[in-house]
Design a protein around this ligand. Structure first.
Ligand SMILES: NC(=O)c1ccc[n+]([C@@H]2O[C@H](COP(=O)([O-])OP(=O)(O)OC[C@H]3O[C@@H](n4cnc5c(N)ncnc54)[C@H](OP(=O)(O)O)[C@@H]3O)[C@@H](O)[C@H]2O)c1
Length: 329
């Protein structure tokens, strides 16, 4: 038996003892790997799964946890991963369509596994987690169109997981970052990550005109809705905006004008189904481009048993930066 956080049909989450038969996927992966989980993390999506939101928790009962960091206990038949390898998986259906990282054992597909870069400890890999991985995917996309000397880059939802890691990455790469937040008390924290300027998210959260005074060379958005529409409306000619999230809403109240009159590009970011090569590239870049001491400064740690109580906190936007889960504590 191993300990796991389980969400049941009644949408309540609790720590339970479960057997390996419970955790094993119904249809085993052809390239299945068994991982002894050491760390997971808390993401917005985990908050949704912990409350039984069927948009994320596609099966019940479910062990949430979209991130898994640990050691391979049993490798895949093709020998790509072997017992003792230190590995990370982000997304790939974990904590959505299959049991995820809030358990001491995870059954995953080799196709979604990445060997941890040498310089990143397992705890730091969990601190990066899906939010940091998604921030890296956003930056990889943005830097194809926007150079540091093109102008300011806006980061929305900036005190959250994707936002805070995006600031740290962009600032280290030489971009001048403007952080938008609803938590003015976090301004010093955001500046410590590398934000040159901090603005109130209220400037962006109400419906606005489809074309506004150009302010940004690019933007990394994890908020969606009117915020994303305003970011597009304020992006300069030829600029680029990445969209990964819906913390404000999944709607996008805009027109074609930013695209056809300013040549602005909008790029969707999806971490869940990222192909293996892109996963490896992102993790290699995180090992080089993320200041890991800075990462520590935006990371809190909780024990597995504390996770059910944190769902409401992250959904209400009260969690700052990243939260790692010590699955064995
Ligand atoms: N596409 C993908 O693969 C992918 C991957 C990871 C995450 N996501 C999505 O990206 C979003 C952020 O994830 P996360 O893990 O970074 O979550 P998080 O840590 O909870 O951060 C979200 C941030 O959004 C801001 N926010 C919350 N409610 C808002 C509202 N009503 N209006 C405007 N801003 C609001 C808050 O920032 P401030 O307090 O600074 O205002 C909050 O900290 C979520 O929607 C998540 O599902 C998608």
């Amino acid at each position: 038996m191993t300990r796991a956080v389980v969400v049941t049909e009644s949408a309540s989450a609790s720590v339970q003892d479960v057997g390996s038969e419970f955790l094993r996927p119904g249809s085993p992966d052809a390239d299945g790997v068994t991982v002894d989980v050491e760390w997971s993390s808390l993401n917005f999506k985990d908050g949704m799964a912990l409350t039984g939101d069927r948009g994320v928790a596609r099966r019940l009962p479910l062990v949430p946890g979209i991130d898994v960091v640990g050691t391979v206990a049993e490798g895949d038949a093709a020998g790509r991963f072997n017992a003792g390898d230190s590995v990370v998986v982000n997304g790939a259906g974990l904590g959505e369509t299959r049991h995820g990282g809030y358990a001491e054992t995870a059954y995953v597909s080799a196709a979604s596994l990445v060997e941890l870069p040498e310089d990143i400890t397992p705890r730091r890999a969990a601190a990066i987690g899906t939010a940091g991985f998604t921030a890296m995917l956003s930056v990889l996309r943005l830097e194809r169109d926007v150079a540091p000397d093109d102008g300011d880059v806006l980061v929305t939802g900036s005190a959250g997981g994707v936002g805070s890691v995006s600031i740290a990455l962009l600032a280290r790469l030489g971009y001048r970052v403007v952080a938008s937040t609803g938590r003015p008390e976090q301004a010093d924290f955001l500046r410590s990550l590398g934000a040159a300027d901090v603005i109130d998210r209220a400037e962006l959260s109400d419906a606005g005109k489809p074309l506004q005074k150009p302010r940004w060379a690019g933007a990394v958005d994890s908020v969606g809705s009117a915020t994303l529409a305003n970011a597009l409306a304020q992006t300069k000619w030829g600029g680029a905006v990445t969209a990964c999230g819906l913390a404000q809403g999944s709607d996008l109240p805009t027109t074609v004008l930013p695209f056809i009159l300013r040549g602005v590009s909008l790029h969707g970011i999806n971490s869940v189904d990222a192909p293996a090569a892109l996963r490896r590239t992102a993790w290699e870049r995180l090992a080089v481009d993320l200041d890991l001491d800075l990462l520590d400064s935006l990371t809190d740690e909780v024990a597995l048993g504390e996770v059910p109580g944190l769902a409401g906190e992250i959904l209400r936007g009260r969690v700052r930066g990243r939260t790692v889960v010590d699955v064995r504590r």
